[in-house]
Design a protein around this ligand. Structure first.
Ligand SMILES: Nc1ncnc2c1ncn2[C@@H]1O[C@H](COP(=O)(O)OP(=O)(O)OP(=O)(O)O)[C@@H](O)[C@H]1O
Ligand SMILES: Nc1ccn([C@@H]2O[C@H](COP(=O)(O)O)[C@@H](O)[C@H]2O)c(=O)n1
Ligand SMILES: [Mg+2]
Length: 200
């Protein structure tokens, strides 16, 4: 039997999930700094696609304004392109998969299974407060769209988390704490077991 060559090795993927405003982007930036992953936010890639003037731009903009999930084909192409261009082999994929269609299509197209799913658990009240004071000029950071995004999260995204939980792949973090406290919990998940033994 031949061994898998470096060129054939699949990249390591961690899906980062959690409700809107739970702190996914904030914590991914910390993980990048400490653990050398490339951070790919599906939402950021879609917003960049609108700005680029692509033919899908208007459709994506309308979906984001309504808090709806863009068809997987579009988002997966953007993720694959960003992964290839990064030159890295380990990725934090933030805000994806957002529904069962995203999940099944990513697996079918890339044949990649996530190493694990990092799930930020945060009460809706706290997430709403954070989004309303984010001030990044996002078109979907208004109370009407926020409510729609929360509904989509409950109805379509949480079942994906439950799917991975049933496979023992979810690492759940209490995201209602301070940025520093949340990162302590995240760090413990990313630190290899042998390093934890040495540090003890
Ligand atoms: N633990 C925290 N405590 C207080 N504020 C936080 C915390 N984590 C992030 N924030 C702030 O909350 C806002 C939302 O955080 P962030 O953008 O990281 O969330 P997100 O999960 O990526 O949201 P979205 O799904 O809308 O992209 C930001 O203004 C950020 O600075
Ligand atoms: N897999 C995804 C991810 C995001 N979207 C759309 O982008 C919006 C913003 O996403 P954030 O992660 O930056 O909050 C989201 O509400 C969706 O409209 C998507 O379609 N598919
Ligand atoms: Mg984000």
């Amino acid at each position: 039997m031949g061994s898998v060559s470096d060129a054939e090795k699949k990249p390591a993927v961690i899906f980062v999930l959690g409700g809107p405003g739970s702190g996914k982007g904030t914590q991914c930036a910390n993980v990048v700094e400490h653990f050398g992953y490339t951070h790919l936010s599906a939402g950021d890639l879609l917003r960049a696609e609108i700005k680029s003037g692509s033919e899908n731009g208007t459709m994506i903009q309308n979906m984001i304004k309504e808090g709806k999930i863009v068809p997987s084909e579009v988002t997966i192409k953007l993720l694959q392109k960003a992964m290839q261009e990064s030159g890295n082999d380990k990725f934090l994929i933030d805000g994806f998969p957002r529904n069962e269609e995203n999940r099944a299509a990513f697996e079918a197209v890339t044949k990649i299974e996530p190493a694990f799913v990092l799930f930020f658990n945060c009460p809706e009240e706290e997430m709403e407060k954070r989004i309303l004071s984010r001030n990044q000029g996002r078109e979907d950071d208004n109370i009407e769209t926020i409510r729609k995004r929360f509904n989509v999260f409950l109805e379509s995204s949480l079942p994906v988390v439950e799917y991975y939980d049933s496979k023992g792949k979810v690492r759940k973090v209490d995201a209602a704490k301070s940025v520093e406290e949340v990162f302590e919990a995240v760090k413990a998940i990313f630190t290899p077991k042998e390093e934890k033994v040495i540090a003890a």
